[in-house]
Ligand binder design. Sequence first.
Ligand code: PGA
Length: 250
Amino acid sequence: MRKSLVAGNWKMNGSRDSIRALLGGILDGIGEVNTASVAVCAPFVYLQQVSEQLVGSPVAWGAQNVSEHEKGAFTGEIAVSMLQDFNCGYVIVGHSERRSLYGEDDALVAAKFARVRAAGMTPILCVGETLEEREAGITEKVVARQLQAVLDAEGVGALADAVVAYEPVWAIGTGKTASPEQAQEVHAFIRGMIAAQDAAVAEGLVIQYGGSMKGTNAAELLAQPDIDGGLIGGASLDAAEFLTICKAAG
Ligand code: PGA
């Protein structure tokens, strides 16, 4: 049985004060979350604060990006060893905002994925199509290409210690959620693609949905057989809303 994972992706939001309050609110209600795993992915500069507030709690933490390089002359970049230093459990790689706004291609995402895994942290690999691609009927082709880059570089076994997040780009931050059926279709496609190479890895793989998931639509999305949690942007900035999603996940 797969254990759902609900992860907050705070993006470039928050301050010392707002984060202290947000985490306080999450910790107050986390006892009512029964089975789902819960994590928050914070901006780098707040990882120290987040780790201090969450240590010993059931809430894990992680980062939203990482360098593909080990260390050295890469001004402004953050290495996996630095994230390890703050006991990060998760690192998001290949978020669509990184792909579209910062030019990250499949090969770069695969390199970041490899670094995170080699450092013993869990990569959350984001895949998903744009509206244009969905309308052109190439959703599966795009998602398959994004996944294949990681499979080619790392092999299917790598997905045994990774999470995949299916995030249709047209649903991110737009308030337009994929319908449960639309999301399930792509999740089943992803699991099937992995199963063709390794049935056990496919069965154990946590595949999150992301894109305007919120308290009011989480339950129906999470009821789908291949949706194992969520990667939550906007709704993760509000403790009550985030907890509602976590509870819906189990
Ligand atoms: P959203 O973002 O929940 O605000 O749509 C999700 C994401 O980008 O991970």
